[in-house]
Design a protein around this ligand. Structure first.
Ligand SMILES: Cc1ncc(COP(=O)(O)O)c(C=O)c1O
Length: 208
């Protein structure tokens, strides 16, 4: 049995969306489920927790917030106060909550395409117009079309929000400091709220 068939068989009965949504011939590259074996310490911690046989409501363990703050310090030299960490169930849900809370009813968003589809769909589903600024591609490298972005901001005064995805799914770019600075300058100039999805941040390496 080849490797793929083995994984597919091992996932059978686990309701693994990545694997059941595909036919037998296609390789399911559409979502970032890694299929690597989890480290033993994670398996052990989960087994220990399950052995406690308590499935009632729980509070957020303060160690989680401290762990997140420590990670930001370690990876980004950024001071985060654990008390400011808000733990939520997944990026898409948090994103929907932020859009619902912070975008005025008649306002619109601008985002750069191609883009992970739920980021567009959620905003539209919540009743907002969405403007798209297409990324350009030359020599296999995608770039933000700043001229187009600014043109649209000038034309569509109803745009209140800019969606940033960094690293950008699906084009495989982590935006540079220069690019992010330009985005920030535009946001300031046009008084935009920036909502950033940085779910893939931990997989970035220097100079990639
Ligand atoms: C850019 C981006 N945002 C969000 C998600 C999914 O987030 P969640 O499952 O936590 O809602 C993905 C998953 O592939 C993604 O690529």
């Amino acid at each position: 049995m080849d490797k793929i068939a083995k994984i597919r068989e091992a996932r059978t009965g686990l309701a693994a969306e990545k694997w059941i949504a595909e036919d037998d011939k296609s390789l399911p590259f559409w979502v970032a489920d890694m299929d690597f074996k989890s480290p033993a310490f994670i398996e052990e911690a989960l087994t220990e927790r399950a052995a406690a046989n308590y499935y009632g409501y729980t509070e957020i363990n303060p160690a989680v917030k401290q762990g997140i703050a420590d990670w930001f310090k370690l990876r980004h030299d950024l001071e985060v106060n654990p008390a400011d960490v808000f733990v939520a169930n997944g990026v898409k849900r948090s994103y929907a909550a932020i859009v619902g809370r912070f975008m005025e009813p008649e306002s619109a968003a601008i985002l750069m395409t191609p883009l992970y589809p739920p980021l567009t769909k959620i905003i539209k589903d919540l009743g907002h117009d969405v403007f798209e600024s297409q990324l350009t591609c030359a020599n296999d490298r995608y770039e933000i079309d700043f001229a187009n972005l600014e043109e649209q901001l000038k034309t569509h005064g109803e745009i209140s929000t800019l969606i940033l995805c960094n690293p950008h799914n699906p084009v495989g770019r982590a935006w540079t400091v220069d690019e992010l600075t330009k985005v920030a300058q535009l946001a300031k100039k046009y008084n935009l709220l920036v909502i950033a999805d940085e779910i893939g941040r931990a997989s970035c390496r220097e100079r990639v």
